[in-house]
Design a protein around this ligand. Structure first.
Ligand code: GDP
Length: 197
């Protein structure tokens, strides 16, 4: 599935520009620099899929990709810039809220968390939004090649505990490294399970 042609559909900056709710959709979110683009590329066996969307100036767009008519991949703009002006944060929140509101074909949001850092304030704020919107989400730990196995286990445990009281959290974490490919098959399997449910 993931090696099949994946084409850029469109980038949306406004609610009225979102593509129609057709077919199954999954979305990817994360703090900027969490490793989202690298993961999207690894997931789809591509080198530059997500780069399309990450050219400066287009970062506040929601980018839609069509995976051979079978699935839509949605690349949400990164959040949590260290020095983002308040207006930009507000614009991000508004855009995400309008996307989430009643997006009936959205099966799940995968939230990328840098395994070295765990959940930061910006992440918990996003998870609050997702819980409020009752949108199912699953945590994907990234850059696991940077941790020793014991450190990764500890990180997993901590994050699982932090998720335990969150109503929309999927109670399973996928630990990945785009660099080594660890966990990428597990992530693909999670997505395929969603499609066959
Ligand atoms: P994005 O801003 O979330 O899209 O993050 P990028 O995919 O652009 O990655 C941010 C930085 O993290 C880049 O310097 C990447 O090379 C690095 N990075 C991404 N994935 C991995 C990984 O699996 N392992 C390591 N060690 N570095 C990674």
């Amino acid at each position: 599935l993931f090696a099949r042609p994946c084409t850029f559909m469109k980038g949306s900056v406004k609610l009225d520009q979102l593509p129609p709710m057709e077919g199954l959709e999954i979305a990817f979110a994360g703090r900027s620099n969490a490793g989202k683009s690298s993961l999207l590329n690894a997931l789809t066996y591509r080198k530059t899929l997500a780069k399309v969307s990450n050219t400066p100036g287009r970062t506040q767009e929601i980018n839609f990709f069509d995976l051979d008519g079978a699935l839509k991949l949605v690349d949400l703009p990164g959040y949590g810039f260290a020095q983002a002006p308040e207006a930009k944060v507000k614009a991000w929140t508004r855009l995400i809220r309008s996307y989430l509101a009643g997006r009936a074909n959205l099966a799940r949001i995968f939230v990328m968390i840098d395994s070295r850092h765990g959940l930061k304030t910006a992440d918990t704020e996003i998870l609050d939004e997702l819980d409020k919107a009752a949108v199912s989400y699953q945590i994907v730990l990234t850059k696991t090649d940077q941790l020793r196995p014991a450190e990764l286990d500890a990180r997993r445990e901590t994050v699982l505990q932090q998720l335990s009281r969150r109503p929309a959290a999927y109670p399973e974490i996928v630990a990945t490294s785009s660099r080594t490919g660890d966990g990428i098959p597990a992530l693909r399997a999670s997505i395929v399970r969603l499609m066959t449910e």
